[in-house]
Design a protein around this ligand. Structure first.
Ligand code: IMP
Ligand code: MG
Length: 471
């Protein structure tokens, strides 16, 4: 183990065997960088939620890596680490195959990859339905990544999904794909065939065979062809984790998206289709929430959101554009440009109970350009018509400290900001302590901690692994 990795042993520092990292807000907070760093001292990294909608960007010695379904720990494969794609994920075999081919092309191995036999399979029809639902919704569209995530999770709950294990049993696979397609054909028949054709044609042709998506035999061939590449990695990852935990192995759970995109706790309906909170991550990994020794809520020093949905502190001006450029806020998966805005304490206060009050503050180096003052939202003023939330009644002019996750409510909230002295990061070499930070930045951290009753445990001030501090 190299020296700087010893310094970054959060497991030892927190006396934890299982650590979870969960984005507190709308995703894209830099979990990838953190997961990659912590994976250095973990034995196993696990993805428990989401699918190829996620995009984790990691910089290693100036080289950029983007992963979708794979956990960021895959970069440590040569060190003998295990990377699990857990039971709560949705797996598009063609997309996973492509990701693995990308690793191979860069001379990277994936010997330690393990894919849960219980995860759900994203079928070609899920990608078509994802497009169609968005198009039919028009005004109420979600702004999905178009990866078939929502329809796949929906089929899981509708009990017509296909499980990864079915990929190992051809006859069962044929039967299940047939059942699934029969159900969806009822809907497709009611649509204008031209609409369906358009949706199909909009899908990445490399990954997908556009003419065969409702033909069960063709779908089965397609799935098996792509799944063949990782068929040997399919296993009971629940059992693997239980036994690993028993024998003292260190496990890192890597969340996807963010709490405010959770189907259960997020800004519904502008959310993804799985539970991205700490409990959702643990369950999707095959572990109980209780088994997590230390959970880290990851957030940026500002806020971003991609897709539709409420975003109270969004900066739709040049200030926002400049921040977007400084933070490279363009989607790793879809290339979409992300909305950017100020750090939003009311949203954090709402989200913390679904993750943790221990924070990793990321991209603190991107927030300010030289000489600028810092700004964060401490509370909202409610400006809409009377709004009832349970027994509470909100009226125009009311102060809101803790956000409610409802789009109709948040759209009528006006952020109130606190301006603070800016700072400039200088001379922050790997290994320096908190004392090296500018006092105005320490004040910024203080305000976050006092206003949320949380604690910043980890600070990231650059894209590279070493540009991280543990407090
Ligand atoms: P879906 O997950 O593709 O269904 O998209 C639902 C919503 O979640 C959309 O607003 C997406 O932009 C958003 N979303 C999905 N995955 C990510 C992610 O990894 N980072 C940020 N936003 C995401
Ligand atoms: Mg991302």
């Amino acid at each position: 183990m190299r020296k700087n990795e010893v310094d970054f042993d959060l497991f030892a520092r927190k006396n934890a065997q299982i650590i979870a990292i969960v984005d507190l807000v709308f995703g894209d907070s830099g979990k990838g960088k953190l997961a990659d760093l912590l994976a250095g001292t973990a034995d196993i990294t696990v993805r428990g939620t989401g699918g190829a909608n996620a995009g984790h960007t990691i910089m290693i010695s100036g080289e950029k890596f983007v992963f979708n379904l794979l956990s960021s720990g895959i970069t440590r494969d040569k060190e003998g680490k295990i990377s699990v794609i857990g039971r709560g994920t949705v797996i598009d075999p063609a997309s996973l195959e492509k990701e693995l081919a990308g690793l191979t092309a860069r001379g990277m191995s994936w010997n330690g990859l393990r894919v849960s036999q219980d995860a759900q399979v994203v079928l070609p029809i899920h990608r078509v339905l994802d497009r169609l639902y968005e198009e039919l919704a028009q005004k109420g569209k979600i702004g999905t990544t178009g990866r078939g995530i929502g329809p796949c999770y929906t089929d899981h709950r509708a009990r017509i999904g296909v499980q990864v294990n079915d990929l190992l049993n051809r006859d069962i696979l044929v039967r299940k794909v047939r059942t699934n397609l029969e159900r969806h054909r009822v809907f497709l028949h009611r649509l204008d065939p031209l609409k369906v054709k358009d949706a199909v044609e909009a899908i990445d042709k490399e990954l997908y065979h556009p003419t065969h998506f409702v033909d069960a035999d063709a779908v089965v061939e397609y799935l098996l062809k792509h799944a063949d590449v990782f068929a040997e990695c399919i296993t009971d990852t629940d059992a693997l984790l239980i036994s690993a935990v028993r024998t003292g192995k260190r496990v890192l759970l890597e969340g996807s998206q963010g709490v405010l995109l959770s189907v259960d706790y997020g800004t519904y309906p502008y959310v993804t289709s799985c539970d991205t909170s700490l409990s959702g991550l643990a369950l999707g990994s095959g572990l109980s929430t209780d088994s997590v020794d230390y959970a880290l809520s990851v957030m940026k020093a500002y806020t971003t959101r991609v897709g539709e949905g409420p975003f109270p502190t969004e900066l739709a001006d040049e200030e926002g554009e400049a921040l977007r450029v400084r933070g490279h806020e363009y989607g790793a998966t879809t290339g979409r440009s992300r909305g950017v805005g100020c750090l939003d304490l009311p949203l954090l206060r709402y989200a913390i109970p679904f993750s943790s009050a221990s924070f990793a503050l990321m991209k603190s180096d991107c927030l300010l350009k030289d000489g600028e003052s810092a700004k964060l939202c401490t509370h909202y003023r409610y400006d809409g018509p009377e709004y009832r939330a349970g027994e509470k009644l909100y009226r125009a002019g009311d102060i809101v400290h803790t956000a409610l996750p409802y789009a109709d409510f948040l759209e009528n909230c006006t952020p109130v900001y606190r301006e603070m002295d800016g700072w400039k990061f200088e001379g922050l070499n790997p290994g320096v302590s908190k004392n090296a930070l500018p006092s105005s930045f320490l004040k910024f951290i203080d305000v976050i901690e006092q206003e949320t009753l949380g604690r910043v445990d980890v600070l990231s001030y650059g894209a590279e692994r070493e540009e991280t501090m543990f407090f």
